[in-house]
Design a protein. Structure first.
Lengths: 198, 192
């Protein structure tokens, strides 16, 4: 039962591929695996902290002002993450740029707070957050894998033979992100339709 | 002065288009681009809020956060400003222009979580723009958003009646279309 809260975010209710929530940072930072992983960890951390905190205060939060309360809680954790990354990894901070503060308006986090954390206990909420965080990170890495491989011919910065010879630069720019993302959603739907008919 | 302001506007609309080049504000871009009418409403509402948010956030940053050395509260104060502003705009429009409220009403609450609005406010500060430059950049950003949304809605109205494989229907084909549109917008990059 508890495991179900953890695993649903990874495939069945994957935040990116199934409900297309939080796609802005997904497309913008998935140009390389390093950026994708950094962003994935930052979002997962924020998600776990905010889900836990919101779940703890769920009984004392007045219903009418719950959304502003959630936003303040989320913004606090995002500021912490932002300052932490800026202090410990200035290079990552520079390449993620304004997309770190923009985690505040990432619909996944507010979505999980509203749909799950305000109705469930702390343990279930943390498991839900971990699952959703992993699902988000995996989706980001999946996208970044194709874009970095095709756009720069490298993986995590290491050159890959054949691909490195003549990379298609457009794949790491905005258009490549849109096209790869569209095709990946279609692929997931295709696989599920195939699985259902068997 | 005027020339540089026009430059900022052109760059914000075409070259650094917030949707197609900077990849901000995708949720409404994919969500509300089914029909031209709703795309127009959403685009106008976003432009309006974006200009207001650009100006107010710039003032908060310049007159409040910097003198008090509270820059680390930037994210949290900007999002609160935007949320309050959206509520306020909604109330004012409802009282003063009921017809406009009818047209924009449903889109207004959605704008709080539109990352393009917060993105514009943060970028204005990051690029060290003055008040007038911030306002022009925000207006350009909003216009670019409106522009991209309407083009996309026009294409999607046609896509609805075309014969697609099941797996591509809906958002996948919308993203691929956006990719082609973004490629076309890259052609503007030599403009300024």
């Amino acid at each position: 039962m508890q495991m179900d809260e953890l695993t649903k975010g990874i495939w069945k209710e994957n935040p990116i591929f199934v409900i297309s929530l939080g796609c802005c940072p997904t497309l913008a930072v998935s140009s390389s695996l390093t950026n994708g992983l950094g962003m994935g960890i930052a979002v997962t951390f924020t998600l776990i902290c905010s889900n836990l905190f919101i779940s703890l205060i769920r009984n004392i939060t007045p219903g009418k002002i719950r959304i502003p309360v959630y936003i303040v809680v989320i913004a606090t954790f995002v500021t912490m993450v932002d300052k932490f990354i800026a202090a410990f990894s200035p290079a990552l901070s520079a390449s993620l740029g304004i997309f770190i503060p923009l985690i505040v308006v990432n619909c996944i986090i507010l979505g999980r707070a509203e749909a799950f954390a305000c109705k469930n206990g702390p343990l279930a909420s943390v498991l839900d957050a971990i699952g959703m965080g992993i699902g988000f990170t995996l989706a980001l890495l999946c996208l970044a894998f194709f874009r970095e491989l095709l756009g720069e011919g490298t993986l995590f910065g290491f050159p890959i033979p054949v691909f490195h010879a003549d990379p298609a630069l457009i794949m790491i720019m905005a258009p490549g992100g849109f096209v790869v993302f569209g095709l990946l959603i279609a692929l997931k739907r295709f696989l599920e339709a195939k699985g259902a008919t068997k | 002065m005027t020339a540089s302001l026009i430059g900022i506007f052109v760059v914000a609309v075409f070259i650094e288009n917030y949707v197609l080049n900077q990849i901000l504000g995708l949720c409404p871009f994919i969500g509300v681009s089914n029909k031209i009418d709703s795309a127009l409403g959403m685009g106008l509402a976003v432009t309006f809020v974006m200009v207001m948010a650009g100006v107010v956030c710039w003032s908060v940053q310049t007159f409040l956060l910097v003198p008090l050395q509270l820059e680390y509260l930037q994210t949290i104060s900007f999002i609160l400003v935007i949320a309050a502003l959206v509520q306020f705009v909604e109330m004012v429009i409802r009282k003063t222009a009921p017809a406009l409220y009818q047209a924009l009403g449903v889109f207004l609450p959605l704008i709080t979580t539109n990352c393009a609005v917060l993105g514009v406010a943060l970028l204005n500060v990051k690029k060290n723009y003055g008040l007038l430059e911030s306002a022009v950049n925000s207006f350009g950003g909003g216009t670019g958003f409106l522009f991209a949304l309407i083009i996309m809605a026009g294409i999607r109205e046609r896509l609805d009646i075309s014969d697609l494989p099941d797996a591509m229907k809906g958002s996948p084909v919308a993203f691929v279309t956006a990719g082609l549109l973004a490629t076309a917008f890259m052609g503007f990059s030599g403009l300024v």
